[in-house]
Design a protein around this ligand. Structure first.
Ligand code: HEC
Length: 189
């Protein structure tokens, strides 16, 4: 059972303000919310519990332990959480060190209409759910498939993902937010 929280009046005012923004998530969540490199997560707006609460989790399947230069990996972002009515995620791939620290590493490529990529003003691409991809067939599991093409040059790559399990009430309250990250070094030849 997901706990429901009493909504303070101040929070209701905030929701009113956010709802006034036209087509808020029409093109996906706002960029820069993976939790990586000093970014906030979806928790900035999707409130209701602590990050990574209630025994749910977000994972990324298919990532290698060391990456092959220029290799293409089929990956799946999996969000396990109770009572998910709508769900979303955002993922980024950036260099974890050296002179390229925090710059895009390789390429994130959608494979179907459930996932799209948005380029931030900084030049950083973020892959995320589309409106179509926010529907979940299973109340305990949401998945999104995409590809990560590893870079041809450079060092370790940090993958950051944040995901949100929404209860379908058309507000960002009482949602569950999960995040994780992994750093993948290049293979030695
Ligand atoms: C700046 C505030 C804000 C941030 C940050 C934010 N959201 Fe939202 N989100 C909203 C609001 C407001 C709604 C409800 C209105 C709506 O559905 O457009 C919403 C609704 C949603 C929904 C419900 C379905 C939909 O598409 O409308 C999903 C899924 C979602 N957000 C995912 C995310 C994910 C994943 C992140 C983090 C990567 C995120 N959001 C970050 C404000 C935010």
């Amino acid at each position: 059972m997901r706990l429901r929280f009493a909504i303070p009046a101040a929070a209701l005012t905030l929701v009113g303000a956010a709802a006034a923004v036209p087509a808020f998530h029409a093109t996906g969540p706002p960029v820069g919310h993976t939790g990586g490199f000093g970014e906030p997560t979806c928790l900035e707006c999707h409130r209701g519990s602590d990050l990574n609460a209630f025994g749910g989790r977000v994972t990324v399947q298919g990532l290698p332990e060391v990456y092959g230069r220029g290799r293409r990996y089929q990956i799946t972002v999996a969000l396990e959480a109770e009572e998910t009515a709508t769900a979303g995620f955002q993922i980024s791939a950036r260099y974890a060190g050296g002179a390229e620290w925090g710059t895009p590493a390789g390429e994130l490529v959608p494979v179907d209409s459930r996932v799209a990529v948005t380029l931030a003003d900084t030049g950083q691409p973020y892959a995320h759910q589309t409106p179509e991809g926010s529907a979940t067939a299973n109340p305990d599991l949401a998945t999104w498939s995409l590809e990560w093409v590893a870079p041809f040059v450079g060092g370790p790559v940090a993958i950051h993902v944040a995901a949100n399990s929404g209860n379908g009430d058309d507000s960002p309250l009482s949602d569950l937010v999960y995040a994780m990250d992994v750093t993948i070094p290049p293979a030695r030849f």
